[in-house]
Design a protein around this ligand. Structure first.
Ligand code: HEM
Length: 383
């Protein structure tokens, strides 16, 4: 009898262990993969996300990025900038923590609403799916919606059975990908976080190409037109990129390992309002012989913004897709100027190499905006 009981006990223990381990590898466990296995409490560094226990998005201000202070301009030649931080390499890349993948702040609800309208009105421009990318979309849904959000923001995302409640929006979404189409998964992502995601999938020859996206806030380019392009092809319009960055970025991509998490900043000026969805008008392509709006020469200063993008790259473990995540921040230039930042920003704009300056349309708005940033007269309201 005693031996039957102990065999039964062993069997039950075994079943519990197998269930815990299989949950861990199925990636659908409520503990976000950080399962304390029956053999100890080993944390897989890929899933190590620090919870923000008392987080309240309403009282969290947006991060006050000032990339122009450390980056002469958007990476090109920035390693020679006097304020260039030592832990940033020549691509402007810095190791970062997975905890900072998604940012939430007081503007959350307003920008989610902007996203919802965009996805509703322009699904063909904001959502990109397809046979090659669909497995990576499912994997990202699991990573962000199932593992990351409830763990990072426990005061906002609560798991209740088979759904996750978003306590800030009052909506909910499935805690499993079963029955969801890739487009629906992307919609749920867009309904809950304001980061845009671009999926770079590896070809059989190892080249990474854009295969899908949820892109509500593009900074001046048309996502569908770029599907199938390699990282180098995507950057073809960027003056100096091919010569200065192309080879290093390709190398970086081919060596990225799942679990690595890196970030960089891009910044530019947007001189005609704060709306974040821009498929053109922010960059200038001389070969296209574009006609440029007169407004671009003399923009109302109250409509001028610094557009800073926090970008991260991480490789997914199953599909091996590299996820390029972009979070955009807009700051009114008259506020920056009133806070004593005008000269630093004007210095950075003036020191851009000629080609990049033109690409950023400095030749149009520079005549009005630069002297004003340095303290000259203008029509802005904040003093
Ligand atoms: C380490 C990786 C990367 C580096 C160093 C890099 C660097 C740059 C730089 C310097 C620019 C021009 C600056 C500007 O527009 O303000 C740029 C533009 C851009 N980047 Fe990247 N980038 C990287 C990864 C990516 C990836 C993975 C994508 C995938 C979607 C991407 C998409 C773009 C696009 C669409 C533009 C604008 C191009 C245009 O004007 O048509 N970048 N990038």
């Amino acid at each position: 009898m005693e031996s039957i009981i102990s065999s039964l006990l062993l069997l039950i223990l075994g079943l519990v262990a197998v269930k815990a381990v299989s949950k861990r590898f199925s990636g659908k466990s409520a503990d976000n993969g950080i399962v304390s296995s029956v053999f100890g409490s080993k944390i897989d560094p890929f899933y190590a996300v620090e919870p923000l226990e008392d987080f309240d998005f309403k009282t969290t201000p947006p991060i006050d990025y000032k990339p122009y202070r450390t980056q002469g301009h958007v990476t090109m030649g920035m390693s020679s900038h006097p304020a260039h931080p030592a832990n940033v390499n020549e691509l402007g890349i810095q190791k970062q923590s997975r905890s900072n993948w998604i940012r939430i702040d007081s503007g959350y609800l307003k920008r989610l609403e902007e996203r919802r309208g965009l996805v509703e009105d322009k699904p063909e421009l904001t959502i990109g799916t397809g046979k090659i990318v669909d497995p990576a979309i499912e994997e990202l849904y699991e990573e962000i919606m199932i593992k990351y959000l409830p763990q990072r923001f426990p005061t906002m995302f609560k798991i209740c059975g088979n759904i996750v409640e978003n306590l800030a929006t009052g909506s909910n979404y499935p805690f499993t990908t079963a029955g969801l189409t890739p487009a629906v998964m992307l919609r749920y992502l867009s309904d809950n976080v304001e980061e845009d995601f671009y999926f770079m999938c590896p070809d059989p020859d190892g080249q990474f190409r854009l295969r899908g996206y949820i892109a509500c806030f593009p900074g001046g380019f048309l996502s569908p037109a770029r599907v199938g392009e390699s990282v180098r092809e995507i950057h073809q319009p960027v003056p100096g990129y091919d010569k200065k960055l192309g080879a290093s970025v390709d190398r970086y991509f081919s060596r990225m390992k799942p679990g690595q998490f890196i970030g960089r900043m891009n910044w530019s000026l947007q001189v005609d309002g704060a709306d974040l969805f821009r498929t053109d008008g922010n960059n200038f392509y001389p070969e296209k012989e574009e006609v440029v709006d007169n407004e671009k020469y003399s923009p109302p200063l109250t409509e001028c913004y610094l557009r800073a993008e926090h970008q991260t790259l991480t490789a997914l473990p199953k599909s091996r897709a590299i996820i390029f995540t972009v979070r955009s921040y807009m700051t009114r230039l008259d506020e920056l100027r009133a806070n004593g930042e005008g000269n630093a920003l004007a210095d950075a704009i003036e020191s851009m190499p000629e080609g990049l300056g033109q690409y950023k349309m400095r030749q149009y708005w520079g005549g009005k905006v630069l002297p004003w940033l340095r303290g000259g007269p203008g029509d802005a309201t904040v003093e």
